[in-house]
Design a protein. Structure first.
Length: 765
């Protein structure tokens, strides 16, 4: 016998319910509308089909993500990819007999949101869209995919193919889709949805939806079927001694439909002859479902056959089914939207809609029949089903002659989606790397460091931020806990950490004082050269009394009273990588010129050029050039005699000292009262591994040293008699300030810098 679906007629609609009679709002299972129509956000079987609560998924998307009425806000999704719809439609309108397949618009086993209607407070949940296939079959003429011989349960390799089929068994469109009620297929319900249309509608129609555990194919050239099933072309359901399923096998869902009556659903599973005999003898009692022993059809090989099963759960809410049939209306009043590319009318021509009785739609809860395939797999590494075929047959008998078929397709097979990984660069601005994966569907990824240690296992997250630079590896698989399906990919994190150089100087640009910042960036040195040239330098100054500036040469003021004595620090930043370097200058307002002699200096090509202006023409014309290493004790290094009327003078120091030197001009020779210019400091880095300067007023030593290897730097401060005053060790190239003991304030000291015990610089300051 068959499991008959209850016929319910409300407001002229014919539809079926396993668990309950459908009400006037139609029926939705796990958010999918079963309503004898293909439009999302719409319920055809409803007294209020345009309700604001219509958030139902369906086969095709209509009017964007809206209800079918204008301006709606339905949130239901659609199953199938419709790319190329216009081209298909043009061919069908031109009368071409074509066949094609459309898959889900997302990959198998992708996770999508699901609206938990009718209670909006529940919001969105998620479910696995296991798979979905739409078939357009050859129809209305020569049908290259029809049977000339074959019966259910037989080895598919024995089926023969013809090219002609009767109208009522001539398949036009087929829809299949499987989804879960959540993202735990073992625990949640697994729902199967299907729809079938035929050319003719008279008489009874019979369809089989057959799902194979192993790979099942059809060769269009040789017109031969091939199955990897080991039991006469099939795979059997296996049980242990307690009746528990240990391996799922092939299934058939048979649908019988008669105009004006409810569809009848017949569930069958393929079992071996020995398993069937054990059930008949009472030795085997399956725990998940009931086996109907008098509904058994042994295949011609005698190895096994399909047997009917019934639910053993005590729950009868198995799903629902309906056809687009309204008993009292004409076909024109009961047209049903078909596909975006249209369909075939009962007269064999093109139509946008299904005519009355052409379209049958069902929804079945596999879990309530005890047929949830995910109950019987130890992992999702191998999908429980491999292939699906939909076919029609001549009569209600399960072993009636097969009539028409659509080419079998892979089904519920989760393949690994192709993916790419974008490598990253660590820099001063972005100290944490970030890998970004681009993939067409959900995969699960495993990350390893360069030593093979697992950093993240079996995660579907598409970003990964390791804590340090280096080489990393990634593998991918289709499900958590499954073997990887690709060779390890090597991914590198590159380091762009080259810093610019910085100098801080003091200048005078009549009539104001200014700070002079200097920065440079060597974009040709490795590894910087691989990242391209400099993208520009920026400057940031800080100083005493809250002084700040963001230009290279900020103005301090027109007079000494406009700014304060203290350390002025410039930070130079490279825009390409965000790396910085800093330098400072100690500005002592007290030593700046008040004598009318304004001095400026510059260092170029290892020469110091001094230029000074005379603001008071009544002063002397003889000027001594003095130089100091600490800004306190000066020595004369040259003299310039000016001509009467001269207002600007120049002197070049061809042998400047390494490191920081201070220069000033002394006027008033030949017995005149001395007048001093402002002091300028210039830093000569040529050949230096350490730059050392001393600020007498603050009793501090400023150092900037550059490491040449992985060895520590040691700095010693000694008195002139050789006694050790201070000692510090540094592990990296850096800039630092050392405060001297009060006992040597205004006294000379010796600064010695060692690298791994080797003296690299020494200065007496």
């Amino acid at each position: 016998m068959k499991t008959k679906l209850l016929l319910v007629i409300l407001t002229g609609f014919c539809y079926v319910s396993f668990a309950q009679q459908l009400d006037s709002t139609g029926k939705s299972h796990v958010n999918f509308g079963v309503d004898a129509d293909t439009r999302n956000n719409y319920q055809k079987i409803s007294t209020q089909p345009y309700s604001s609560t219509m958030h139902h998924d369906d086969w095709f998307l209509q009017d964007g993500y809206k209800r079918y009425d204008v301006g709606g806000t339905g949130l239901g999704n659609s199953v199938f990819d419709t790319v190329g719809a216009a081209a298909y439609k043009a061919q069908l309108q031109a009368g071409q007999n074509i066949s094609f397949v459309k898959r889900m618009k997302v990959a198998a086993f992708d996770v999508l949101p699901m609206w938990r209607s009718p209670n909006p407070a529940l919001g969105f949940d998620s479910s696995f869209w296991v798979d979905g296939i739409y078939y357009r079959d050859y129809a209305g003429g020569i049908d290259e995919t029809s049977f000339s011989g074959g019966k259910n349960a037989d080895n598919p390799s024995s089926w023969s193919v013809g090219n002609n089929v009767s109208g009522k068994t001539d398949i036009v469109d087929v829809y299949t889709h499987v989804r879960t009620s959540g993202i735990n297929p073992v625990r949640d319900s697994v729902w199967f949805f299907a729809g079938v249309s035929t050319v003719k509608t008279e008489g009874n129609r019979f369809f089989d939806i057959e799902v194979y555990r192993e790979n099942f194919t059809y060769n269009e050239t040789t017109k031969q079927f091939s199955s990897a099933g080991l039991l006469g072309g099939h795979s059997s359901w296996n049980f242990n001694d307690t009746g528990k399923v240990t391996q799922s096998g092939d299934i058939i869902i048979s649908v019988a439909y008669q105009a004006g009556r409810a569809p009848e659903i017949d569930f069958r599973i393929f079992i071996s002859k020995s398993a069937y005999d054990s059930v008949v003898a009472g030795k085997l009692v399956p725990t998940s479902f009931k086996i109907v022993t008098n509904q058994w059809d042994l295949n011609t090989s005698g190895m096994g056959g399909y047997v009917q099963i019934l639910s053993k759960s005590g729950i009868t809410d198995w799903g629902s089914g309906t056809a687009n049939y309204i008993k009292t209306n004409t076909a024109a009043q009961d047209s049903t939207h078909a596909t975006p590319w249209g369909t075939m009318s009962t007269s064999g021509g093109y139509s946008d809609n299904y005519e009355r009785l052409q379209f049958i739609e069902i929804a079945l809860n596999f879990s309530r029949f005890g047929m949830n395939p995910f109950h019987y797999v130890t992992s999702y590494c191998k999908s429980p089903y491999s292939s699906i075929i939909v076919k029609s047959r001549a009569s209600t008998s399960f072993t009636a002659n097969l009539e028409d078929f659509v080419i079998p397709q892979p089904f519920s097979v989760k393949n690994l989606a192709p993916f790419t990984v974008k490598e990253d660069t660590v820099s001063c601005a972005a100290p944490t790397a970030k890998f970004e994966i681009t993939a067409s569907a959900r995969n699960y990824y495993r990350w390893y460091d360069e030593n093979g240690a697992v950093l993240r296992a079996d995660s579907d997250l598409k970003t990964f931020s390791p804590s340090k630079s280096g080489t990393y590896y990634i593998e991918a698989t289709n499900f958590q806990g499954c073997p990887t399906m690709t060779p390890r990919k090597e991914i590198k994190i590159y380091v762009d950490s080259t810093a610019p150089t910085a100098k801080a100087l003091l200048g005078w640009g009549q009539p104001y004082y200014f700070l002079n910042g200097e920065g440079a960036f060597d974009a040709t040195s490795a590894p910087s050269s691989s990242f391209g040239p400099s993208k520009g330098l920026s400057y940031s100054w800080i100083g005493p009394d809250g002084f700040t500036a963001s230009v290279e040469d900020p103005i301090l003021g027109n007079t000494k009273s406009d700014f304060s004595t203290g350390n002025y620090t410039v930070t130079v930043q490279e825009a390409r990588n965000g790396c910085t370097a800093s330098a400072l200058i100690y500005v002592d307002v007290a030593v700046l010129s008040t004598s009318g002699i304004e001095l400026k200096g510059s260092l170029k090509n290892e020469e110091v050029k001094l230029v000074w202006n005379i603001l008071d023409l009544s002063g002397s014309r003889i000027y001594d050039i003095e130089r100091s290493t600490n800004g306190l004790r000066y020595e004369k290094i040259g003299q310039v005699t000016g001509i009467v009327g001269t207002t600007q003078f120049t002197f070049i120091d061809y042998k400047p000292l390494p490191g920081v030197s201070y220069y000033r001009i002394k006027g008033g020779s030949n017995g005149n009262t001395p007048k001093y210019s402002n002091a300028v400091s210039l830093q000569n880095d040529y050949g230096l591994k350490a730059i050392i300067s001393r600020q007498i007023s603050s009793n501090q030593v400023h150092l900037q040293f550059k490491k040449t290897g992985n060895k520590n730097i040691q700095v010693k401060v000694l008195s002139t008699n050789g006694s050790l005053l201070l000692q510090h060790t540094y592990s990296g190239s850096q800039q630092t300030i050392i405060s001297l003991p009060p006992s040597v304030a205004n006294l000379p000291v010796i600064i010695a810098v060692y690298e791994a015990g080797n003296l690299i610089e020494a200065r007496k300051l």
